[in-house]
Design a protein around this ligand. Structure first.
Ligand SMILES: C[S@@+](CC[C@H](N)C(=O)[O-])C[C@H]1O[C@@H](n2cnc3c(N)ncnc32)[C@H](O)[C@@H]1O
Length: 285
């Protein structure tokens, strides 16, 4: 078959599936990945014959996608801040809104060689991106899931980023202080998980989603540890959902940190909370 025929076949297969919002676009992206070409190549080579093994692979991918498996797990990769990150079902698929943490990290004041900590690193998208974008930075990343750590380590190696990884519960095992602390911890309220789409609920790791009763359980614990982790004048960049801010109020007040910014995502939702430690030295443990 030629490119345009396979594209049309793919779009039809995905339309018949579980009502994806843009089957033609998804089919084009999957076909481009199967061919190892950019999507634009398909448009310019609509009449090109497709090799049999590529067609077989594409048809297998279509069947999985039509059954609800996320396209990025099928292909095994997802772009973040313009770089390809390997993803497996052990890690959350990086979301575009998480790039807001990178934007904030680039603009907050920090020393020339900032010490950076990423907690709940998953695929390593934040740790690796910050290591590559902040020259001279020294980056540490943790996750409670050893499987996630091995995916993140693989991404750091593939993209040439130097990151120190360790597994553990939040940052309890982490020593030292940091100029930047980034965290995209799970923040879906427990009772909302059954209502999530099949793609998320069935295929993405529960560990990456469940934020407890109001979605803010882990964030609250983590905010309590920030005074220990932040160097004087250091910043914490925390991703959250639209309804988690209220549940963090008391923890933020008790931490003594100043709330200096709320970053809005493209939908206008408050997505990143920026907290700053005072310039006075704190007691590092
Ligand atoms: C929402 S995902 C974010 C992953 C990645 N940072 C990103 O932005 O795509 C949350 C991550 O936190 C990790 N996690 C969950 N509970 C944790 C805990 N108690 N301590 C450390 N990491 C945890 C999960 O394994 C998951 O990788």
């Amino acid at each position: 078959m030629i490119v345009s025929e396979l594209h049309a076949l793919g779009a039809a297969a995905l339309t018949a599936g579980d009502g994806l919002p843009d089957p033609r676009r998804e089919a084009r992206w999957l076909l481009a990945c199967a061919l190892g070409r950019p999507e634009a190549w398909l448009l310019a080579h609509a009449e090109e014959p497709v090799a049999q093994p590529v067609e077989v692979l594409f048809r297998a991918w279509l069947a999985r996608r039509a059954a609800g498996e996320p396209a990025h797990y099928i292909v095994g990769s997802c772009p973040f801040w313009g770089r390809p990150f390997a993803v497996t079902p052990a890690v959350l698929i990086p979301r575009p809104e998480t790039e807001l943490i990178v934007e904030c990290a680039l603009i907050v004041p920090k020393p020339d060689r900032p010490r950076v900590l990423d907690v709940g690193t998953g695929s390593g998208c934040l740790a690796v991106t910050l290591a590559l974008e902040l020259s001279g930075s020294v980056v540490t990343a943790t996750d409670v899931s050893p499987e996630a750590i091995s995916v993140a380590r693989r991404n750091a190696q593939a993209l040439g980023a130097r990151v120190r990884f360790s597994a553990g519960d939040l940052a309890a095992h982490v020593r030292g202080q940091f100029d930047l602390v980034a965290a995209n911890l799970p923040y879906v309220p427990e009772r909302e998980i059954p209502g999530l789409s099949v793609e998320i609920r069935v295929h993405e790791p529960h560990l990456a989603l469940d934020g407890g009763e109001d979605g803010a359980d882990l964030l609250r614990s983590f905010v309590g540890d920030l005074p220990r982790l932040l160097a004087p004048g250091g910043h914490a960049l925390l991703e959250m959902g639209p309804r988690q801010r209220a549940g963090l109020q008391a923890a933020i007040a008790a931490s003594g940190l100043a709330e200096v910014h709320r970053g809005l995502d493209h939908a206008g939702i408050e997505r990143v909370l920026v907290l700053r430690a005072s310039e006075r030295a704190t007691n590092a443990s």
